[in-house]
Design a protein around this ligand. Structure first.
Ligand code: AMP
Ligand code: ZN
Length: 115
């Protein structure tokens, strides 16, 4: 996936505000933050979406969840956060490389969906 935007960020070819990095995943600030804290966590390997994830992706997807709280607290979302993974057309996924949004701050994020 040479041209995939988030693969390129993962390889350091496109600059991003990196906030976390390990052997499986990295995290960086969303370029258009929706809340005071808005971070994207990505697998370093290309996975198009959760619709394409397989058993072999269990460890990396688990890592994304396990590091989320540490990243949120480090970024100042100390009382919790919301994690969101959009999948496919129905889920509103725009970048076709799995990413988990971590959104938060000092104020509650609000209802999950607009009513
Ligand atoms: P989604 O709608 O779940 O696919 O979210 C894609 C997210 O990627 C949006 O919140 C964008 O603001 C964010 N985004 C797109 N390009 C970049 C970039 N170069 N660096 C950081 N975030 C980005
Ligand atoms: Zn990719």
């Amino acid at each position: 996936m040479q041209d995939c935007l988030f693969c390129r960020i993962g390889r350091g070819e496109i600059p991003a505000s990196k906030v976390y990095d390990d052997e499986l995943v990295m995290a960086f600030k969303d370029i258009q933050p929706q809340r005071p804290v808005h971070i994207l966590v990505i697998p370093k390997k290309h996975i198009t979406s959760l619709a394409e994830a397989t058993e072999a992706d269990t460890e990396v997807l688990g890592r994304m969840l396990v590091v989320a709280n540490r990243i949120a607290v480090d970024q100042g979302s100390t009382g919790g956060f919301r994690s969101i993974i959009n999948t496919g057309h129905i889920g509103g996924q725009e970048v076709m490389h799995v990413h988990m949004h971590i959104v938060g701050g000092q104020e509650p994020v609000g209802p999950m969906l607009k009513r």
